[in-house]
Design a protein around this ligand. Structure first.
Ligand code: ZN
Length: 85
């Protein structure tokens, strides 16, 4: 598994972002903070959408780490303060 993620700056709000290359070959801006996640229990709906370092978008729940199954990143566009919705 190779990761060639690079850092940059959001053109809208000026915050640091990280580019992740998705499975579809697109570059997606995310917030550089790692978020620990676990998959929701059967039948439950995940609260969060994260992007894994491998560029996969997954629906999961945040956790504080003890029972984490992995980590991912939040799409910067979900939190960008300046981008128009
Ligand atoms: Zn931004």
């Amino acid at each position: 598994m190779s990761s060639s993620n690079s850092f940059g700056t959001c053109a809208y709000c000026g915050k640091q972002i990280m580019w992740i290359r998705t499975k579809a070959g697109k570059n997606m801006p995310v917030n550089p903070q790692m978020i620990n996640y676990r998959k929701p229990e059967n039948g439950k709906k995940a609260k969060e959408k994260l992007v894994t370092p491998q560029g996969e978008t997954i629906a999961v729940d945040r956790t504080d780490g003890m029972d984490a199954e992995g980590f991912g990143y939040i799409s910067h566009f979900a939190t960008c303060t300046k981008k128009r919705r």
